[in-house]
Design a protein around this ligand. Structure first.
Ligand code: 48H
Length: 273
């Protein structure tokens, strides 16, 4: 405020230069984007599952980049259940919330309630502080395949290009492992199925499709569904249940957190080695 007043009076102060601001933004962003063209793990979708996976990978020093279509990372966690901004987790899920430093209160035995805003914002913050980089406003529209049959990267475009339906060619990044954390739509698995045929590690070889709500089964099956669904492609969160034909579970988010953690463990212990 002092500076503005002083400038208004024509006094000699350090001027704020719009061009310097623009160069700082463009330069630092471009540097980060250049760095992201070659990574260990690329996560598609910054929902709770994708961010939890990225958090545990980044904490172990794995170079991890998340691409998120929307302006705000967080996926379906902000809205809680039907816009009541609360989420519920079971005991195992609470342990992951504890690791993030999210507070929760006991509702009944085995049911913990947490604020959706605190949960989502804290997970985003911890994920970034752990070293994962989130690029928002970018949509993954395709994958790269190399060495016969292995996912080796992603094909990206600005979400604005997608929304405006502009004919603008994408760019590509290379990644040793890709995580499909796109939620109900399991978009990356659908792309692989469409372009390569039914070769996923599901009963049918293709995307089986999500089943109607049954929280106990949905939460029970999600860890087994969190797997390398195609060489170089790991599926986590709601996408895992959708691909493998398991039920949805409503606003219990423990499975998303645990699936993200499981995806990170799988990549660390079995894929990246
Ligand atoms: C870039 C993309 C693309 C793309 C999608 O939906 P999410 O929150 O997913 P999860 O699995 O972390 O959590 C699921 C949970 O939110 C939920 O919906 C539950 C528990 N439902 C139960 C029920 O019964 O309904 O996040 C996925 C994210 C979103 O932010 C998308 O914008 C993003 O992925 N995304 N980003 N490129 N092609 N597709």
């Amino acid at each position: 405020m002092w500076c503005v007043t002083a400038q208004f009076r024509g006094e000699n102060v350090n001027k704020i230069d719009e061009i310097k601001i623009s160069r700082a933004i463009i330069g630092s962003y471009t540097e980060d984007l250049m760095d992201a063209t070659e990574t260990d793990v690329a996560v598609v979708g910054a929902g709770p599952a994708g961010m939890t996976a990225a958090y545990y990978l980044a904490k172990k020093g794995v170079k991890t980049i998340i691409f998120e279509r929307k302006l705000s990372p967080g996926g379906g966690m902000w809205g809680g259940g039907m816009m009541f901004s609360r989420i519920v987790v079971q005991d195992e899920g609470k342990e992951v919330l504890n690791e993030f430093g999210v507070s929760s209160s006991r509702y009944e035995d085995g049911y913990w309630v947490a604020d959706a805003i605190e949960s989502t914002s804290t997970i985003i913050s911890e994920c970034v502080k752990a070293g994962a980089r989130i690029f928002n406003l970018m949509s993954v529209e395709d994958v790269m395949i190399r060495e016969g049959d292995r996912i080796s990267g992603l094909v990206l475009n600005w979400s604005a290009v997608e929304i405006a339906n502009l004919h603008v060619d994408p760019v590509a990044i290379r990644s040793r492992v890709v995580i499909d954390a796109t939620g109900h739509e399991c978009e990356i698995c659908k792309i692989v199925q469409k372009k390569i045929g039914a070769k996923l590690t599901t009963d049918t070889g293709g995307v089986v499709g999500e089943r109607s709500m049954w929280a106990e089964i949905g939460e029970g099956e999600i860890l087994n569904n969190t797997r390398e669904i195609y060489p170089g492609l790991v599926v986590t969160g709601m996408a895992a249940n959708a691909v493998l034909g398991s039920p949805r579970m409503g606003a219990i988010f423990g499975g998303m957190l645990l699936s993200g953690k499981r995806a990170a463990e799988l990549i660390l212990e079995e894929i990246l080695l």
